[in-house]
Design a protein around this ligand. Structure first.
Ligand code: ZN
Length: 147
């Protein structure tokens, strides 16, 4: 199988409210996601899909919802002032119903990418999210024939 991978980067703030150490404080990351796709067959030019399609659709969504704002847990007791300010400043907080860890953010991104790429006949095979240069989380589809 041949796949293609597009990298998408953005800057965002988060915090993990119940974290045992410093990640409970508001802090930021340069997130980098690698989105790996496949198709039934390569197109007439020999591509899974043009990299620009992944950039425009998934990168566009990320720009709109995640770049230069905060990704926070819905109900975070410390979030009020941040949410208020970013709403006023045009970069509303993105709320998650689970803690915004790298693992949960990569799962959210994989679901978004699948939805946005579905009608282009592209299958999302893997998404890796780098939260720091040394730490990443990976999403893989659950499928019986992969076990
Ligand atoms: Zn963090």
């Amino acid at each position: 199988m041949v796949t293609c991978t597009r990298r998408i980067e953005w800057d965002a703030m988060h915090r993990i409210p119940l974290h045992e150490s410093k990640c409970r404080a508001f802090h930021g990351h340069r997130y980098a996601a690698e989105i790996t796709c496949s198709a039934e067959a390569l197109d007439t030019l020999g591509r899974v899909v043009d990299f620009g399609v992944i950039k425009d659709r998934v990168g566009g969504w990320v720009d709109q919802h995640w770049d230069h704002t905060a990704i926070l847990l819905e109900g975070d007791p410390e979030a009020g002032p941040v949410a208020e300010a970013n709403e006023r400043l045009g970069r509303p907080v993105y709320w998650m119903d689970v803690h915004p860890t790298a693992e949960n953010i990569v799962a959210e991104l994989a679901a978004v990418a699948q939805r946005l790429l579905e009608d282009a006949g592209i299958r999302v095979e893997r998404v890796r999210l780098w939260e720091t240069p040394n730490g990443s989380a990976e999403w893989l589809p659950r499928s019986l024939n992969r076990l």
